[in-house]
Design a binder for this molecule. Structure first.
Ligand SMILES: Cc1ncc(C[n+]2csc(CCOP(=O)(O)OP(=O)(O)O)c2C)c(N)n1
Length: 950
């Protein structure tokens, strides 16, 4: 490329050209090219400019300025310029390596990647290059390449550093670069804000120190070393309330939680003291000031509880801050909080998909540095962030990075440079910030918030500090981290450092810190002293399980009139004008037209669709997700149709004119813990919605075991957190091997207690219809609880034996115990009562139907709801059989699995004199099923034969 240089030594011209910067430079250059071809090519005013001032001065080069009017650059110069550009890019990309982000524990690191020598450049080389050649936005006063180098290096290697090279979107990159490199980023806090910030830090420090000396040896997971976490959250709250966003949903672990509860959620200090005072490691009481959250009757430790706080903007408007309850299991709260946020953002009041508004909810997640990179659920949750069915318009993540996980240093805890590196794969911009620099921390939040609001994507702040004490206050870190703690012991607190800075700036007196500390200590003392005996007594009151949970749950009417069902069925068969359906599906749907007619049966798919349609007609929104759930793993659902010409989609529930609420259906990503946690969170926040999660095969639900154990099964008793979500778990022995047979029913039954959930295994589409409708009817009520439902797989889904006639939908209710169909009841003759659940009972029905023998000696019942166990109903049935000799429990699962261990006690209790109880099924096994289909068949037939052999 030829570079023409017209030298203009005139000083006024120099000044004239200096006025142009940014995009204007490119425009002027273009105009100059045209002008050179023929002056009249350009607008007269521009022509006049070039006539008067000559070539723009940036086209001149000091190194070439003593050359003639027209010259070519030396190849050496081009190489230098290219190298300098590479250096500038390297600083942007690798500056973070040299950044001063570690208050303790790490030596400054030197990187060859951002040295000019590495690019064969000397300082003089750089000085010869005009600044604007390397950086078109170089601020005034930055004149040459060396100054650019120094300026950018300072910007990228300071107490805050940036990683955004992994962001592939041009607009986002440009925006980030501009924010970071421009004046916009240089946030100068007003004096008053600085003083307030100092006070805040002294408060936090004082609070922790007071707990330390007053409640020695009790766990509090002190925030010290990361005190800036609170002012960072303060800033987020300030931004969110200014923008009038309805909700802030927060998730965090133990670290600093008490401080966040006290300072951000406004939990009264005396309540916190009283919890320490009277229950050293266990908390059983609700906290005042935490509106909307009722704690459960068995309680949890104090650093697991959440809270909510209302911040009013006006009489009508407020922002509600919610800190989610949290189990010990690190990071598993993340998807739950995302579910809260999505529920807050969705408007479900109309048919179709819900309408999402990102400004209704803002999510903040605080992570541990060891946990963020170590726990897989973090990746599962990050993977939700960009998906239509799950995104929440950008989460601000904060890694509370204290360089250590319990006693494990970073070198043993991860294979990556930073704890945050996982986020790079999701193109999340990252800032690392030194927790000893309050101004840098505040600048980081500003960038995070603005990015979220502009692009509605996640942003990560790696807040790098330290941990002043051990993992908890009983832990001695000097035994395992002697050198680090030598350094920490001598390291001043951030409050002290900031006070020194403000004193140097002349903003406060030298002794101000001492005074502030004394005031705060006195304040905390007076709260402590004023606590009464009565306060302490109240803390020991344990709440009872609500009476309604224990009462029967069969009060809900779930039948729907035939007329209504027909209208709904027709509505689901409507298609948008010109929709090109898939022929085979069209035929299936054609058959659905007649399922409610006399003599016909509604199969599982039709029954399910009718259940949902009727629930929508009742004005109850539904959200249904799972892997491949739009079609259904076994292709029975097909609720989202694809136009074969245009690939456009249409959900059959969205054409229902009768629907008074949204129907939200999504194929989930391949995750269980993340996705189930999300749905659980959604169901907790939106108790008006029927949330349904479906496992691909029931076995895979155990990849979400923590969500079942720590949340779904126990959250009500621990935290008073209520959900009526449904989990559909395909279950049944079809010879598909160890991993596609069992949904591990036994696990759910083992955890069943205190009416924590319903566990069912139903054998007809009408039973499913009533059960799901009952679940919807329970929403928001005290009776509400989750439903764990074993569902049929391919061998059963299209079997007429589980299809139901219209009458069964239009009459009756869900039956916890069901008479075995097609088996005549002969109460006098019955000597054996056969009880079982699920698919095996359908196969027994078939075996009896295919047999010529008489079964008048056999009475058979299907246990359709296993928990709560229908003891009274069963007792009644047993008493009707005067000649009963034995009860036989039959199951297809091995003896140590399935329902046997659970029902054994109940059945034994019901035995009358002279009656016995017998188990028929597979023996104890370590693996749920054999692998070989033919062996399975032999075993299955053996069980069936045994169950009905006289
Ligand atoms: C899933 C899970 N595994 C193990 C633990 C035990 N544990 C509690 S805290 C902790 C260290 C966490 O380190 P980090 O994430 O850095 O947070 P920090 O405590 O340092 O703030 C461990 C291993 C746990 N709570 N949860």
């Amino acid at each position: 490329m030829e570079v023409y240089v017209v030298i203009q030594n005139d000083e006024s011209s120099q000044r004239f050209w200096n006025k142009f910067y940014g995009p204007n430079i490119g425009y002027i250059e273009e105009q100059y090219e045209l002008y050179k071809e023929a002056p009249e090519n350009v607008d007269p005013s521009i022509k006049e400019m070039f006539d008067q001032h000559g070539a723009p001065n940036w086209l001149s080069d000091s190194s070439l300025s003593d050359q003639t009017n027209q010259t070519k650059p030396m190849i050496n110069d081009v190489q230098k310029i290219t190298a300098a550009l590479k250096l500038v890019e390297a600083i942007r990309r690798y500056g973070h390596i040299e950044a001063d982000i570690y208050p303790v524990g790490k030596k400054d690191e030197d990187s060859e990647l951002i040295k000019h020598n590495t690019y064969h450049l000397t300082e003089d080389d750089l000085r010869e290059i005009p600044a604007s050649w390397l950086w078109d936005k170089a601020p005034v006063g930055i004149d040459n390449g060396y100054e650019v180098f120094q300026f950018l290096k300072k910007r990228y290697t300071g107490k805050i550093s940036f990683e955004y090279d992994h962001v592939n979107n041009h607009e986002e990159r440009t925006w980030l670069l501009d924010q970071i490199e421009s004046e916009k980023f240089q946030l100068e806090l007003p004096d008053e804000d600085k003083k307030q910030l100092l006070e805040r830090l002294v408060h936090i420090e004082g609070f922790e120190m007071f707990l330390q000396k007053t409640f020695q040896g009790q766990k509090r997971f002190s925030i010290e070393g990361l005190e800036m976490m609170v002012p960072i959250l303060d800033q987020i709250v300030k931004h969110v309330t200014t923008d009038k966003i309805d909700h802030i949903m927060m998730g965090m672990a133990h670290r600093g939680r008490l401080s966040v509860l006290a300072h951000v959620l406004g939990k009264p200090i005396d309540k916190i003291f009283s919890e320490f005072h009277h229950s050293p490691d266990k908390e059983l009481i609700p906290s005042e000031g935490s509106t909307g959250i009722n704690y459960g009757w068995t309680g949890d430790v104090k650093y697991h509880f959440g809270a909510t706080k209302e911040v009013r903007h006006s009489d009508e408007d407020s922002t509600r801050i919610t800190l989610a309850h949290n189990p010990s299991h690190l990071e598993f709260v993340n998807p739950v909080v995302e579910g809260f946020a999505r529920a807050a953002q969705d408007d479900r009041t109309d048919r179709g998909y819900p309408k999402q508004d990102f400004n209704k909810g803002f999510t903040v997640q605080i992570h541990g540095d060891a946990a963020f990179i170590g726990e897989g659920v973090v990746a599962e949750t990050l993977n939700l962030s960009g998906l239509r069915g799950y995104n929440t318009g950008g989460t601000v993540h904060i890694i509370a990075n204290n360089l250590i996980g319990y006693t494990t240093p970073q070198e043993e805890g991860r294979s990556t440079r930073y704890a945050s590196d996982l986020a790079k794969g999701f193109e999340i911009p990252i800032v690392h910030v030194n927790a000893d620099d309050p101004a840098a921390c505040i600048a980081a939040v500003k960038l995070a918030y603005e990015y979220r609001q502009k692009f509605h994507k996640d942003f990560l702040i790696d807040l790098v500090g330290y941990r002043r004490y051990g993992h908890n206050e009983m832990d001695e870190p000097r035994a395992t981290q002697p050198l680090l703690y030598k350094e920490i012991d001598n390291h001043p607190t951030v409050a002290k450092l900031y006070a020194e800075q403000l004193a140097q700036e002349g903003m406060i007196e030298e002794d101000q810190l001492k005074k502030l500390r004394e005031d705060i200590d006195q304040h905390l003392h007076s709260i402590y002293e004023s606590m009464t005996e009565e306060d302490s007594k109240a803390t020991l009151t344990e709440k009872e399980m609500p009476e309604e949970l224990a009462t029967r749950i069969d009060q809900f009417e779930t039948a729907v009139s035939l007329a209504d069902l027909k209208v709904l069925n027709e509505g689901m068969l409507k298609r948008p004008e010109g929709f090109n359906g898939f022929k085979r599906l069209d035929r299936i749907y054609k058959r659905r037209e007649k399922v409610l007619e006399d003599g016909n049966l509604a199969d599982w798919g039709a029954g399910e669709a009718l259940a949902y349609a009727s629930i929508l007609k009742d004005g109850i929104p539904i959200r249904l997700t799972g892997q491949d759930s739009e079609r259904g793993t076994f292709a029975h659902r097909h609720m989202v149709l694809h136009d074969v010409e245009t690939a456009e989609t249409y959900c059959i529930m969205h054409g229902l004119e009768e629907a008074k609420a949204s129907f939200d259906i999504h194929n989930s990503p391949l995750s269980e813990a993340g996705v189930l946690g999300f749905e659980y969170g959604y169901s907790v926040h939106s108790q008006d919605t029927l949330v349904i999660w479906e496992a691909q095969f029931g076995d895979f639900a155990n990849a979400a075991q923590v969500i079942f154990d720590q949340f779904i099964s126990s959250a009500r008793a621990k935290w008073g957190e209520k959900s009526n979500m449904v989990m559909l778990l395909p279950h049944g022995y079809e010879g598909q091997g160890p991993e596609h047979s069992s949904a591990r029913l036994e696990r759910f039954l083992q955890m069943a207690a205190e009416n924590n959930w319903i566990v069912a295994n139903v054998t007809s589409s009408a039973q499913f219809f009533h059960l799901i409708r009952r679940q919807a009817a329970m929403r928001g009520r005290v009776e509400a609880r989750p439903l764990i439902l074993m569902t049929p797989k391919s061998s059963l889904l299209r079997n007429d034996r589980i299809a139901s006639p219209a009458k069964e939908f239009t009459e009756g209710k869900f039956q916890t115990l069901r008479d075995q169909p097609n088996l005549e009841i002969n109460k006098e003759k019955a000597t054996r009562l056969l009880i079982g659940s699920g698919k095996v009972m359908v196969e027994i029905e078939e075996a009896i139907a295919n047999s010529d023998e008489s079964f008048d000696w056999l009475r058979a019942l299907r246990l359709e709801q296993i928990y709560p166990f229908p003891k009274l109903e069963l007792e009644k049935k047993i008493k009707e059989l005067p000649n009963l000799q034995e009860i036989v429990w039959v199951q297809e699962e091995p003896k140590n699995m399935g329902s046997w261990d659970f029902v054994d006690d109940y059945l034994r209790d019901l035995l009358q004199d002279g009656q016995s109880l017998r188990y028929v099924g597979r023996p104890d096994r370590s693996s749920p099923s054999v692998g070989e289909p033919n062996v399975h068949k032999v075993l299955q037939n053996h069980i069936i034969a045994n169950a009905i052999r006289p």
